[in-house]
Design a protein. Structure first.
Length: 103
């Protein structure tokens, strides 16, 4: 299973800013290992962020995104103490879901 995401959600004046660091190797399928063999592609394809049962962000990633992607965005609404839930899915069927409380 993938390592937990590091997340922070901060509410200021009716706007919630979310910062997410996703631990993932993000292999393109073009890099070769020490033996000269291609390392198979393994990358995050979709990211979804939910707040109060509503999707506030939907993103599609591809193999050109760097290792351990960082994502930051803002949305209107959110109250201190509410949850922000982030889920990603990769091209090999793995997924990870983590949550953070808005502060």
């Amino acid at each position: 299973m993938a390592a937990p995401m590091r997340m922070r959600a901060l509410q200021t004046s009716g706007v919630t800013e979310v910062k997410i660091l996703m631990k993932h190797d993000m292999e393109t399928g073009l890099r070769k290992d020490d033996a000269g063999k291609l390392v198979p592609a393994h990358f995050i394809q979709t990211v979804s962020v939910m707040h109060q049962d509503k999707e506030v962000l939907a993103a599609q990633f591809g193999p050109s995104i760097a290792k351990d992607p960082f994502l930051a965005f803002k949305f209107k609404g959110g109250v201190k103490g509410e949850k922000v839930i982030v889920t990603w899915h990769d091209n090999l069927g793995e997924q990870r879901t983590d949550e953070a409380l808005i502060v």
